[in-house]
Design a protein around this ligand. Structure first.
Ligand code: UGA
Length: 432
């Protein structure tokens, strides 16, 4: 099929390259000229494992093209909208980019087209699209909600091995077209009304965020009652009704999705006169969880003025260079406010993090460099290279009391303790 994807961000570019790999002819529209020039010569604007290979293959066989304006993609059967929907300070979603695409489409479309909404839009949004936009077009335009469930870092794998495909729409012909688009993916295809499809996306992300905040609450309680969150989470997760994923206690969730989507769902609830108290608590617990670092450091070291702290990991999770809403950025600002000196390192995210961090933060060339001269070392992102570090070398480079605060419970606690580190974890009474 001929497909156009509008937006070459994490979702749009993954969708474009993967659809192309599945045999579709894809045009990907990106209005940022710098990004566009890079993409045309095979350079991706972000790190995503496996994606460059797919983009290069698509470009080489001529089945993937990058264009600057919608006009270049109007001859498609399906047009996927994957533009950004950033959060506003009050939690509301900024739909400006979506409105602009829909308005352009209505004005420019000269042949029938099916619009598939991949961007995350608030539940209820799609219901207004028909009246507000589609009716004004000169040709018939269809609309389906088609939310995505891709994780950064594993987006390509998630695309080809989805747990489910969601199509929100009622027209049978339209649903058949979407089914053809995803014909090679082996996953249940669930059809429902547009509003429900939009809600699936928010409910899924809010539930995963709830699991994380829940396990963080249990972790905090473990410290108080003398328990250890690691065996607790493992045992609880083995209950198949609960499942073991998203039960890793730590400094909480970040990224461009969970913080934004939970706030947006809370906002939608409030707009509908509903107080979503559970969700409010999930958000509050997550915000509080980052502050743990400061409390633990102060308890162990006293005042932080003049203390040097190494921060390992700036990306919001391993496998990505994305620092949006990353706990590390908040933690660093808190440390600076307390008068600490900060040396930071991340295997991939240093260039992006550099744009957000104050100039006083020393950006180290490696993990050992970050550790040099530090009284305390914080692991904020569980990159494998931190787990595999030569910790004896780290100790030689650090200063007493050789404090290691493992914000993701990913290091061998007992081994570090035996080797003279003051090891602290999250939710582990023995290492609290
Ligand atoms: C998330 C969802 O997992 C995807 O299904 C969804 O498509 C995507 O948002 C989106 O809405 O576009 P992503 O934000 O890429 O994907 O990352 P996750 O792997 O879900 O992790 C989110 C955050 O939760 C990270 O900061 C991670 O460190 C944290 N996390 C995750 C925990 O603190 N504990 C866990 O057990 C799991």
């Amino acid at each position: 099929m001929k497909v156009t994807v509008v937006g070459a961000g994490y979702v749009g570019l993954t969708a474009a390259a993967c659809l192309c790999h599945s045999g579709h002819e894809v045009s990907c529209i990106e209005k940022d000229q710098i990004k566009l020039a890079g993409l045309r010569s095979g350079r991706l604007p972000f790190f995503e494992e496996g994606l460059p290979e797919l983009v290069h293959a698509g470009l080489a066989k001529g089945a993937l093209r990058f264009g600057a304006s919608l006009k270049e993609g109007l001859d498609a059967e399906v047009l996927m909208v994957a533009v950004g929907t950033p959060a506003r300070p009050d939690g509301r979603i900024d739909l400006t980019q979506i409105y602009a695409v829909l308005a352009d489409l209505v004005e420019q479309a000269r042949s029938p087209l099916l619009i598939a909404m991949k961007s995350t839009v608030p539940p209820g949004f799609g219901l207004s699209v028909e009246q507000r936009f589609l009716q004004k077009a000169a040709v018939p335009l269809g609309y389906v909600a088609n939310p995505e469930f891709l994780r950064e870092g594993t987006a390509v794998r998630d695309w080809f091995q989805p747990d489910r495909i969601i199509i929100g729409g009622s027209d049978e012909e339209v649903i058949a077209k979407m089914a053809r688009l995803y014909a090679d993916l082996k996953a249940p295809l669930l059809t429902m009304d547009i509003g429900s499809a939009e809600m699936v996306k928010y409910a899924a992300n809010a539930f995963l965020a709830t699991k994380i905040s829940f396990i963080n609450e249990i972790a905090n309680l473990c410290e108080l009652v003398g328990a250890d969150i690691l065996p607790v989470a493992r045992a609880v997760g083995l209950d198949r009704r609960i499942g073991g994923q998203f039960l890793a206690a730590g400094l909480g969730y970040g990224g461009s999705c969970f913080p934004k989507d939970t706030s947006a769902l809370d906002f939608v609830s409030a707009c509908n006169g509903y107080a979503f108290n559970l969700l409010k608590a999930v958000i509050e617990v997550n915000n509080r969880q980052r502050l743990l670092v400061l409390r633990k450091l102060k308890k162990a070291l006293g005042r932080l003025t003049g203390i040097t702290v190494g921060v390992l990991g700036l990306a919001f999770k391993p496998g990505t260079d994305d620092v949006r809403e990353s706990p590390a950025l908040d933690v660093i600002n808190l440390l600076l406010d307390e008068g600490a000196c900060v040396r930071a390192y991340d295997p991939l995210a240093l260039p992006k993090a550099g744009d957000f961090l104050p100039a006083s933060v020393f950006l180290a060339g490696g993990a050992l460099d970050a550790a040099a001269g530090c009284h305390a070392l914080l692991v904020v992102t569980e990159w494998p290279e931190f787990i595999d570090l030569d910790w004896m070398r780290v100790k030689q480079l650090m200063c007493p009391p050789y404090l290691v605060l493992d914000g993701r419970n990913c290091l061998p606690a007992e081994e570090l303790k035996k080797n003279g580190f003051l090891y602290l974890g999250i939710g582990r009474a023995r290492y609290a």
